[in-house]
Structures are given as C-alpha cells and as structure tokens.
Design a protein around this ligand. Sequence first.
Ligand code: PEP
Length: 254
Amino acid sequence: MNPNRKSIIAGNWKMYKTTADAVALVGALKNEVAGITKSEIVVCPPFTALAAVAGALAGSNIQLGAQNVHWEKEGAFTGEIAPAMLKDLCVRYAIVGHSERRQFFGETDAGVNKRAKAALANGLRPIVCVGEMLAEREAGKTEAVVTGQVRGSLAGFDKNQILETVIAYEPVWAIGTGKTASPAQAQEVHALIRRLLGELFGADVAGKVRIQYGGSVKADNAKELLGQSDIDGALVGGASLKAGDFAAIVKATV
Ligand code: PEP
C-alpha cells in the first residue's frame, strides 16, 4: 500500500446469497466495519439482491458494486444489465472482465473495454479484472498476457477515465483454489501494470490508480499482500461471504 492511494477492499459474492441472506450478511458486516474510513469497502452482491442491499447499506461506510454491466443504454440484450439500471440502485462500482466471465461466457478485452467505458459514462467506477491462466504463467507468458489485457481493456481511455477506474490483478490459478500468489509474485505483476499505466497515461496518473490483488485472499494472508508497495487493496471472492472473514481482511488494511 502507498499512503497516496486509498485502499479498496471489494467483496465479489458471485452467484451466492438470496435477498434475505444478502441483507443478513451486510447487516453483520456493517457492525464489524463500523467507523472504518481508511479503506473503501465495497460489496458486489448478485443483481437480484442489489436493491435490498442498497437499502440495508444506506448511511453506512460500505459501498455497493455490481458484478457486470452492459455497454448499451437499453435494448434486446437478454440477461444483461444496463448502467442506468445500476445507477438507479445506488451502485457505485461495477466489476468488468472477471476471469469467470472471460472463461465461461466468452468475454473479450474489446467487450470489457466497452463495458468499462459505459460504466464510466454513467458515473460508475469499473473494476477491470486481468490475470493469466496457470498454463500461461508456466509458459512464461504472464507479462505478455497481462499487458495485452490491460492495453485491450483500457484502449482509448483518457486520464480522467483511468483515474476513476480500479484494476484488479487476479491470477486465474489463484481464484477459488486456495493457492495465493506470493506477495513477491503479486507485487511483480502489480509493478508491471503500474509501469504500463505510466507508459499509457504518464507516471503521475499511474501513481494514483489503485490496483487490487485477487485470488484466495484471506485474513491470514491479507496483511502481507497488502503490505506490498503496488498493491492497493483486494478483490475477495470466497472470504467475502462471511462477515467476520471479510471484516478481518478489511481490518488488515487499516
Ligand atoms: C474473485 O472471485 O475475484 C476471487 C478472487 O475469488 P477468491 O477470493 O475466492 O479466490
């Protein structure tokens, strides 16, 4: 972490939690993290629970995120959700390009780019996910893969847009597997991403962009990961589904 950047811990609930379960989870989480302002705290429930969670979070220090967003304003796009629909529910952040979307639903850098731009145009902050697969890491392709994803996902961004964007580096082999990148492995890729942002937007802007790490972050590894100079927060899957576990990660950053 770098004191010039406010850390951001986001919970990606994936396809878990009914509305009642979601409201119970944020009810407990609110108590656990009450008064914490040093880090931004975000929860990303499934679309079905956004409205109820928005109500439950009113006046709290926890912000609301969505797990995806479409680029069109409206139209015949079955199963998708428009930026204005999310704004309507007080959503502030939208994950785009999560590896599960890329792997199982064919999302590409070009599509991620359109989603991120639409989010920004509608006052939402995109959390743009990038990360290599295990075979790519083992073949020594991590740098090439991540560089390509960052360039493609952020194509055409201006400085104002990148400053409103969060990047999440999530090595696919570490997501939901219990295998975390070592702090040194994660820092190496975060530094690479920041150098690339420097080339694209200038060093001053690159120094302000927050880059989260994601991949089996837990209370017991969060402090060391978040202690790395270019790691500005975490995108948390499994451990965000229990208030105590997620709060412990938040507290590791403050
Ligand atoms: C994720 O879904 O973005 C993620 C990092 O999951 P997990 O923490 O379970 O590895």
